[in-house]
Design a protein around this ligand. Structure first.
Ligand code: MG
Length: 248
């Protein structure tokens, strides 16, 4: 818990604040609420193989948060030195989305329900902030996490112009709940998502749920890093207490 107190103090100092008043948690979906990243990375690997583009499955964990079209563009720039036209990029993203869908339903992430229940109990608003536009998995929010996300508190790919690592999705979430950046925490599992959260001005928490090295989260500006979702969910009640009690 010492690490948490130090992290909160560092954040207060950097933002010139005496204390925190957290109103809302802005929560990523893939790799936080659903254990979907192993399927996403495999689907991207299939698409790369189709295109004859050399890629490792693990590298796609680092691109998580980018829009699908941006990931297609990145692969093309690397292999061919230029991007495909927009229509072609969209078509290829649909191929990848098809692979993902054919792989079945990703499991709910262990610890996620407890995390959301704890936030609700503590009176902290929950906002979904995802770069995903996949309707199937978005619909599952209501099945797995019933009553934990209000309909108007869901920011998806359809709402924003810029994907993560741009802060737009998180800035939009802060406006949606009428909160200052420093009244929000971001909960993320991807370095680019952490970068977006940090750039929005929120206290940003990184959770390790895939093969992403800790250093990537540090470099992206994470204020705190947890080793797993169950670990985070277990420590969250104490952390919320520390947010309330720690001052400069
Ligand atoms: Mg994620």
């Amino acid at each position: 818990m010492n690490d948490s107190i130090q992290a909160i103090r560092r954040y207060l100092e950097a933002n010139n604040l005496g204390c925190l008043d957290i109103k809302a948690a802005l929560i990523d979906m893939d790799g936080v609420l659903f254990d979907s990243m192993p399927l996403h990375t495999l689907a991207w690997k299939h698409l790369s193989d189709d295109l004859g583009i050399e890629a490792s499955r693990d590298e796609f964990y680092l691109y998580e948060g980018m829009t699908g079209v941006a990931t297609v563009n990145l692969l093309f720039r690397r292999r061919f030195g230029s991007e495909p036209d927009v229509e072609e990029a969209r078509r290829l993203y649909k191929v990848k989305a098809g692979y993902f869908q054919s792989m079945g339903r990703p499991a709910a992430m262990p610890g996620a329900y407890d995390m959301l229940s704890c936030l609700k109990r503590e009176g902290i608003e929950r906002v979904l902030v995802t770069g995903s536009g996949q309707p199937d998995i978005l619909r599952r929010i209501d099945d797995e996490y019933q009553g934990l996300f209000e309909k108007h508190l869901r920011i998806t790919a359809a709402d924003v112009k810029h994907g993560k690592p741009h802060p737009e999705p998180y800035l939009m979430a802060q406006q949606r709940v009428d909160a200052l950046p420093s009244q929000t925490i971001v909960i993320e599992n991807a370095p680019l998502g952490v970068e977006a959260g940090h750039a929005s001005g929120a206290f940003t928490i990184a959770i390790t749920t895939g093969p992403v090295p800790k250093q990537s989260f540090i470099d992206s500006g994470a204020d705190l890093i947890f080793d797993s979702m169950p670990q985070f969910a277990e420590q969250l009640p104490h952390l919320i207490q520390l947010f309330r009690d720690t001052s400069l």
